[in-house]
Design a protein. Structure first.
Length: 115
């Protein structure tokens, strides 16, 4: 099992995700998405794993979402460019296990990964 948690330091759901895996002695890699961002390839892989829609990946309540005027962009590629350039707009945590991924706190799904 190769768990990656893309999250933010001050996000309570990210902390709960870390605790979920720590309590089960499962090693994971934490990536501070606000600090380091996410590559376009990783983004595409996660987007496919969560159903092919970027809607679940965007935190529409974030200050960055409002400041970037994302709601007024018509092209999906324009939205994706802004999202990748401003990673604070991502919903967190994004938890990836190989080709599988979840957005938000999804302990029931992660429990299924463990078996």
């Amino acid at each position: 099992m190769n768990i990656q948690i893309f999250g933010k330091q001050k996000c309570s759901d990210t902390k709960k995700a870390e605790r979920f895996f720590k309590e089960r002695n499962i090693k994971f890699q934490f990536i501070d998405i606000a600090k380091y961002g996410i590559s376009k390839g990783e983004y595409q892989s996660i987007k496919i794993a969560v159903g092919g829609s970027m809607e679940d990946l965007i935190n529409k309540k974030s200050k960055e979402f409002v400041n970037q005027h994302i709601a007024y962009l018509s092209s999906e590629s324009d939205v994706e460019e802004r999202l990748l350039a401003n990673p604070a707009m991502f919903n967190t945590p994004i938890v990836r296990n190989g080709k599988m991924a979840t957005v938000g706190y999804q302990s029931n799904v992660w429990a299924g990964w463990i078996g």
